[in-house]
Write a protein of this length. Structure first.
Length: 263
């Protein structure tokens, strides 16, 4: 399908600006992502040759749960890159329409495009539509949920539902999920790894005093926030014609903390 048309109806291929190797996740999350990767590589055998198609559909659905910036999208990128397929991020807010039949047409187009190209679907920020059914008041939203669940049931690829974990999901959604992967805010040890990886990837002079452990101890940031803090500090260092140092990194990290507090 035309890329512009897909964008207009709420689906966009993700082009990540960081690599999956920069992720630092808990062991349990890594293990469950491994299960999904195994399914991606072996799904025809699991569903067909192993006789399971008699009992279940051929698709796989994963719930990625965690606050913004904790690695949900990057994990989806890693899975797509590992298989060499596209990852389509679905904006559910753009898909749901008040015009009769338009929501159905939008979803049908997305699922058919994903089937044709073997794409992975990522339903991002899905909390609003996938909340408990009793909390969904709008009739168009209820219809969208019902139709989307039917399409998910029939989809034979990988569909990922990403939520911030703040609300309780509807039972009909959870009953269709094969695995839940939690993405917690990184602990201090994980933050130290993230600071070290990201600062190490910056191709510019750095002062001898740069200390990822100190930054991890003093700033409880997510992986995405650590990345953006490093970017800001590096930009300021380049503008000033000086090495990347702790003063710039601390200033940028403090700015991220203030942004979260004021947001």
């Amino acid at each position: 399908m035309d890329e512009l048309l897909m964008t207009e109806i709420g689906a966009k291929a993700i082009v990540a600006d960081t690599g999956p190797e920069e992720m630092v996740l808990p062991e349990e999350a890594e293990r469950k992502l491994g299960w999904i990767a195994d399914w991606l590589n072996k799904s025809p055998h699991i569903a067909g040759e192993w006789g399971l198609r008699r009992y279940i559909d051929g698709g796989f659905r994963a719930l990625f749960r965690g606050a913004s910036g904790t690695g949900k999208t990057m994990a989806a990128v890693a899975l797509a890159r590992g298989l060499g397929v596209d990852l389509l991020r679905i904006d559910l807010g753009s898909i749901v329409s008040n015009h009769d039949g338009e929501t159905e047409r939008n979803l049908k187009a997305i699922f058919e495009d994903a089937k044709e190209h073997g794409s992975i679907l990522l339903f991002d920020e899905a909390d609003a539509l996938f909340a408990r059914r009793t909390e969904v008041k709008d009739s168009h939203d209820r219809y969208a949920i019902a139709y989307l669940l039917r399409r998910l049931e029939a989809f034979e690829g990988l569909a990922i539902i990403a939520t911030n974990g703040a609300g309780e999901l509807d039972h009909d959604v959870l009953s269709r999920v094969d695995v839940i992967v939690d993405f917690p805010m990184p602990a201090e040890a994980a933050r130290e790894q993230l600071w070290s990886k990201i600062i190490g990837a910056v191709k510019m002079p750095k002062s001898d005093g740069v200390d990822g452990a100190e930054l991890a101890r003093d700033y409880a940031l997510s992986g995405a926030e650590i990345l953006r803090s490093t970017r800001l500090a590096a930009m300021r260092a380049a503008s000033a014609g000086q090495p990347l140092d702790m003063n710039l990194l601390r200033s940028a990290a403090s700015e991220r903390v203030a942004m979260r507090r004021n947001g």
